[in-house]
Design a protein around this ligand. Structure first.
Ligand code: ADP
Ligand code: MG
Ligand code: ZN
Length: 611
């Protein structure tokens, strides 16, 4: 944060105010507080009071007679008067009336009291006033603390988030991955006893509005532990050096409150890849903060029960150091909801509003493919607002329909929602992959197919899981993989007679695999077992370097090309022979958006029996 001229002005006002207040206090308030009121009276008044027996004590100080006497209300009051020279009878008169002779009558408060009042009190006032001013200033500036010294990190602590997994609809996989953490927080001792170390951190990865923050809160709620949350951007906007102090503070507080959850939202703002030799001093502050975070994560004892959750929608830009074991080594995908998920989310949010009994949420879920949880919550809220506007007592179906239109229209402009035509293409593409895989002998079984866009940017996704771990890949395996990779594009060709850019990732993967077959695995007849490429850096990304002549390089390209062409031909043959299944499965996927491997196999077998 930079100091703005506006702020400096405020500070000046503040100083002025303090000085004025101090002056006023010194002139009017302190003297009254510090000294008893001493009234000066005439000598006759003094004598009259002596005669009336009101005078109690008398003393001679600073050439004056100071005396105490009862006033009209019977309270002790202080007086002084001049001394009448040569009034010899006075002593006897005083003795007669039993007046005590005092060495000194205090007309000043005790030194301690005067110190308190004239020194400590103003200081305290000063501090209080300053604090109040800081607070109002801070609030006006959007909540940044302006404290020096101890970091006054804006850490939000909720002792109870009040959220549970029941508030998070869908996201079953993410919830499952998080239940272990909940269990750990419930009873860290159980894990410590066996010596098991739970991952210190888990990273929630997914597009905005999919419920990452909600999930983190739900974990804290389920485990009934305190929830510390801070957003990455808050670390960075501080004074230089404050980010690191904040991190230190955060972890100190968290350790005191363990077991608990520390949630760092938008971690990509501090966790960006550190670029060496960039601009001088460019991102020092961010880097310091990140380094401190890494140090804290390494430093603290995982057994104590502090679990760090972080969320990001840009996992690709995170510094690899954050993802190393012992840090955020667990990655939990939080994807956009499919049809069922959307229905469940709508239902969760419908509970909080008055819905007409006849409302059917299913068509709403169907119409909102690609919408996130936050957008669905927004749809329900928009419908409620509309119901109020229209004077309906409850939310009616057409309120919902209208709100879908307004909300989705907004998102459509952003390109977040996929058109029906595109959805159909994606469905055929994915079924193309799956069907080709299923029709080949050595392919891994399909476990899940979805046409819900992924965080990675893929529009759809076909997951295959090998039944058993394999370390060796035969030439047949490799060829099968290539055929499966080309299956998506092939389905598009056969059904729509046009091709799209949707296969770019498949093409990249296929090319890499085919190239490796030729240059590294010795799987081509032409080159036999010649290593044409070597992996230079096996651990960091696996860069390869070519070790051959330009002539050979051209031959390699031709060979790679031929391999892929042949895989593409095989895919075309397979799909052409299974057109009926292709249509059936694609229609089913289009309807469900996500299907399991079992569902896929069931439909495949059914249609095979008919044929
Ligand atoms: P993120 O942190 O991923 O950007 P949030 O957790 O802030 O998303 O979600 C914003 C809001 O959207 C939540 O407060 C909740 O109302 C709604 N929401 C998102 N996902 C879900 C879900 N799976 N179930 C219920 N509500 C959800
Ligand atoms: Mg969030
Ligand atoms: Zn594909």
């Amino acid at each position: 944060m930079k100091e703005q001229p506006n702020q400096r002005k405020q500070l000046l006002y503040y100083c002025g105010l303090v000085i004025i207040v101090m002056l006023l206090l010194n002139i009017f308030v302190f003297p009254a507080l510090l000294q008893p009121q001493v009234t000066e009276v005439t000598y006759d008044d003094f004598l009259a009071k002596v005669d009336a027996g009101q005078v109690e004590e008398v003393s001679y100080q600073d050439n004056m007679l100071v005396f105490t006497a009862k006033d009209e209300n019977g309270r002790k009051a202080f007086y002084k008067t001049g001394v009448w020279p040569g009034d010899d009878g006075l002593t006897e008169r005083l003795l007669e009336k039993d007046v005590k002779f005092a060495a000194e009558i205090p007309t000043q408060a005790s030194p301690l009291l005067s110190f308190l009042i004239s020194f400590v009190l103003p200081m305290a006032l000063f501090a209080l006033l300053g604090r109040w001013l800081m607070n109002t200033m801070t609030k006006r500036m959007g909540g940044e603390a302006l404290t020096l010294g101890k970091s006054n990190a804006k850490i939000y602590i909720e002792s109870q988030t009040g959220k549970t997994f029941a508030d998070v609809a869908g996201q079953d996989e993410a919830k499952e991955a998080l239940t272990e953490i909940v269990d750990f927080l419930h009873d860290p001792g159980k894990y410590a006893e066996i010596g098991a170390k739970l991952p210190k951190g888990a990273l929630l990865v997914g597009p905005p509005g999919t419920g990452k923050t909600l999930l983190a809160k739900a974990v804290a709620g389920e485990a009934k532990v305190p929830f510390f949350s801070i957003s990455g951007s808050e670390f960075v906007e501080m004074f230089v050096g404050m980010g690191a102090a904040k991190v230190r503070d955060l972890f100190k507080q968290a350790e005191e409150k363990a077991p608990c959850i520390v949630f760092i939202d938008e971690i990509d703002t501090i966790g960006k890849k550190r670029d060496n030799g960039g601009m001088v001093g460019g991102n020092d502050e961010r880097e310091q903060t990140l380094n401190q975070l890494l140090a804290e994560m390494d430093g603290f004892d995982g057994k104590k029960g502090v679990v760090i959750l972080a969320a990001t929608n840009r996992p690709d830009i995170l510094d690899p150091a954050l993802l190393r074991p012992g840090r955020f080594d667990r990655r939990i995908p939080v994807e956009l909801p499919d049809l069922q998920g959307r229905l469940a989310i709508l239902k969760v949010h419908a509970k909080n509003v008055k819905m007409d009994e006849n409302v059917d949420l299913a068509p709403v879920a169907r119409a909102t493919s690609g919408a996130s949880g936050a957008e669905l919550a927004n749809i329900i809220n928009e419908a409620a607002l509309r119901a109020v506007r229209m004077g309906h007592g409850t939310i009616l179906q057409n309120d919902l329909e209208e709100s879908v239109e307004t909300v989705i229209a907004g998102y459509q402009r952003k390109g977040a929602v996929i058109s029906d035509k595109e959805k159909k293409i994606i469905a055929y593409h994915e079924i193309g992959h799956a069907l080709v895989a299923a029709r080949q002998k050595h392919s891994a079984p399909v476990t899940k197919i979805t046409i819900i866009p992924r965080t990675s940017g893929a529009l759809g996704y076909t997951m295959q899981v090998e039944e058993d771990e394999r370390v060796l890949m035969s030439k047949e395996d490799a060829m099968n993989q290539l055929v499966t990779l080309t299956g998506g594009r092939t389905a598009e060709e056969l059904i729509f007679h046009s091709i799209t850019s949707g296969a770019s990732n498949d093409i990249e993967k296929a090319t890499r695999l085919a190239r490796a077959m030729v240059t590294r695995y010795g799987m081509s007849d032409q080159f036999d077992m010649v290593a044409l490429e070597t992996v230079t850096n096996q651990y960091l990304g696996g860069d390869t370097s070519l070790a051959c002549s330009a002539d050979t390089s051209a031959k390699i390209d031709a060979e790679v090309n031929a391999i892929i062409k042949s895989a593409h031909d095989t895919a075309r043959e397979i799909l052409s022979a299974n057109m009926e299944q292709l249509h059936k499965l694609a229609a089913y996927l289009l309807e469900k958006e996500t299907i399991t491997g079992e569902e896929f196999m069931k439909i495949l077998d059914e249609s095979a029996e008919h044929a």
